[in-house]
Design a protein around this ligand. Structure first.
Ligand code: C2E
Ligand code: MG
Ligand code: MG
Length: 267
């Protein structure tokens, strides 16, 4: 972002109020039968002057400058309203997932706010999934567990995002009340690395035992897709399936379904 922190804060606040943000939705499909499982909502900020600003840039900034709760509320409300407006999504039993920052999760009233968003938008809670990352899970473990349990009591499912990166190790994951584990492609990148292979095998075994769904994300090629299948993971997400879509794109995807493009010989 080409601005000072103060300018950026004003710009982001204005974007939040004035429609400068939107969501893109990336499909998640079952690896074996290609059925649609859900869509991850990813926030986008388009500034008229500088163009697209990526979430990796402005989410940490929003956390630092006290805007993350408002931003997170906007994302959850927008995604729920959108999901409630897609009859196909509900008929097919699929979900929309939203990323929740640790700062937002532990802000004190997260589950209450989520509940009123679900009521206002009339989205049945089983069609919503909340994705959380590692920091809070480690540093403020008890509070995190308490909040996640409150979220699950609403009927909303919980996913641990980016497992296998950073500190999100099996020991941490196994102490969290979760329904889904999301594994970045990197975690299964090299078959040659024994420690990585063992970690992945242990993770998948744990998930199967606990009836936790596993999603591999960032899958770009047929080969990576095959590797996810071989590792015993349930679902995949990534450009091999589809890039993030507009809301209209989601409606089309729900109607047409997904057909695996197969092996790309140029790979
Ligand atoms: P994430 O939750 O792990 O999301 C997956 C990221 O991988 C997305 O980046 C997505 O566009 C990208 N991706 C999808 N398919 C592929 C692929 O085949 N190859 C590669 N290389 N990348 C792929 P994006 O949208 O830039 O988001 C980055 C991160 O920002 C997200 O990682 C998430 O942690 C965070 N984020 C996004 N939206 C929100 C939000 O609404 N709230 C919060 N708190 N964080 C968000
Ligand atoms: Mg995510
Ligand atoms: Mg992720």
């Amino acid at each position: 972002m080409p601005w000072t922190e103060t300018q950026a804060r004003l710009k982001l606040r204005a974007a939040l109020l004035g429609g400068g943000l939107h969501l893109a939705y990336q499909p998640i499909v079952h690896a074996e039968n290609a059925e649609i499982e859900g869509f991850e909502a990813l926030v986008r900020w388009d500034d008229p002057g500088v163009g697209a600003i990526t979430p990796d840039e402005f989410i940490p900034f929003a956390e630092r400058r006290g805007l993350i709760t408002r931003l997170g509320d906007w994302v959850a409300r927008e995604a729920s309203a959108q999901a409630a407006s897609w009859p196909q999504l509900q008929q097919q039993g699929t979900f929309v997932s939203v990323n929740v920052s640790p700062v937002e999760l532990l802000s004190g009233s997260f589950s209450e706010r989520l509940q009123s968003i679900l009521e206002d938008t009339r989205l049945p809670p089983r069609h919503l999934l909340v994705e959380i990352t590692e920091t809070s899970a480690i540093e403020r473990h008890r509070e995190t567990v308490r909040e996640l349990e409150a979220v699950r009591r609403l009927g909303v499912r919980v996913a641990a995002d980016d497992v296998g990166e950073g500190y999100m190790k099996l020991r941490v994951v196994s102490r969290l009340p979760i329904d889904v584990i999301k594994i970045p492609r990197r975690a299964m990148a090299s078959r040659s690395r024994l420690a990585q292979r063992r970690f992945l095998a242990a993770l998948v075994r744990y998930a199967q035992r606990q009836q936790i769904q596993t999603i591999v994300e960032g899958v770009e090629t047929w080969e990576q897709f095959q590797r996810a299948l071989e590792a015993g993971c349930d679902s995949v997400q990534g450009r091999y399936v589809s890039w993030p879509l507009t809301p209209e794109g989601v409606e089309e995807f729900l109607v047409s379904g997904w057909v695996s493009p197969g092996r790309d010989e140029s790979e």
